[in-house]
Design a protein around this ligand. Structure first.
Ligand code: AMP
Ligand code: ZN
Ligand code: FE
Ligand code: FE
Length: 285
């Protein structure tokens, strides 16, 4: 069984539509794929309708959180997308991405880059708008050679010249909201230090005590030393260990299934969740 529990579509900053993502996941030989767009479940319906035979879809989202000034991401799986409190928080974060992106465009204009909000809006195409869309605009304008080159202090990295913060949820609140909506939480890429500051292990321990279910250990932004350290921490804290690609289509070089999750861990996630069920492709698995 090949299980990839972290993928983005055009509902946020990926480049595959949800239906294309389902087809590409099957073509990549995956048995299970999770759709985890940033702060939105708007891709779910299209993905559910497109799951091919032999593939199972896990619905989810990647929630933008912040702890003591450090931005972090919380993967949430199989929650009830209609549960009002989590829905309201998701919409608050997603909606705040718009004025925030406009403010980043204004900062870039001050820095002499002629990017426009209309251009970014066109690239985001209705998806939950984020820095990768602005980065794509910078690539199109020739300001940077690639999307990842826009994530520097000169441009869009945390604290960078053109960076603007958005509303982000307290992770303890996110854990509570997801749990109340019947979902399961996994702290995404907790040691991805090239993206900015990371939260200390003591905070992960506090989150575990507050009901965090797992941590994403196998992720391309973690080197071997970080994975070993995180695996040990998960063992100490009784946390589930996942591995995933964090696929973004052509916006990033990572391929579907680049990292995968143990079937037993996947089974445990599905047993804990009560808000939604995995969706097997037509014909059953
Ligand atoms: P935002 O949610 O708008 O703050 O943008 C965060 C997203 O930008 C992350 O989910 C990644 O997809 C992307 N990102 C963050 N850091 C980097 C980086 N160093 N290189 C490429 N993409 C990044
Ligand atoms: Zn992303
Ligand atoms: Fe993330
Ligand atoms: Fe992600």
């Amino acid at each position: 069984m090949r299980i990839d529990l972290h993928c983005h579509s055009t509902a946020s900053d990926g480049t595959d539509t949800p239906a294309e993502l389902m087809r590409n996941a099957a073509a990549a030989g995956l048995d299970v794929v999770a759709l985890t767009d940033h702060d939105t479940t708007r891709g779910h319906a299209e993905a559910v309708a497109a799951v091919p035979h032999g593939l199972t879809l896990v619905t989810g989202a990647e929630l933008s959180c912040r702890l003591d000034g450090v931005s972090m991401h919380m993967l949430a799986y199989l929650f009830d997308p209609r549960e009002p409190a989590l829905l309201a928080e998701r919409e608050l974060v997603r909606d705040d991405r718009v004025p925030r992106a406009r403010a980043m465009v204004a900062k870039l204009n001050e820095l002499g880059v002629p990017v426009t909000w209309e251009q970014v809006e066109r690239i985001a195409a209705g998806g939950s708008v984020g820095r990768p869309h602005i980065a794509t605009a910078l690539v199109d304008l020739g300001a940077v050679p690639s999307v990842s080159d826009a994530f520097t202090q000169e441009w869009l990295a945390d604290g960078g010249r053109a960076h603007v913060e958005k509303h982000e949820t307290d992770p303890f609140e996110a854990i509570r909201l997801v749990r109340n909506a019947g979902g399961v939480t996994v702290f995404a890429h907790p040691a991805a230090s090239k993206r900015g500051r990371t939260v200390p292990e003591s905070a992960i321990a506090e989150m575990a005590a507050a009901g965090l279910d797992g941590i994403e250990v196998d992720h391309l932004d973690h080197d071997e030393a970080a994975r070993t350290r995180l695996r040990g921490l998960a063992g100490e804290l009784g946390l589930l260990v996942t591995g995933s690609s964090d696929y973004h289509g052509s916006r990033k070089s990572v391929q579907l299934g680049a990292c995968t999750t143990d079937p037993e861990v996947y089974g445990e996630i599905t047993r804990r969740a009560t808000g939604a069920f995995p969706v097997p492709g037509a014909g059953g698995v």
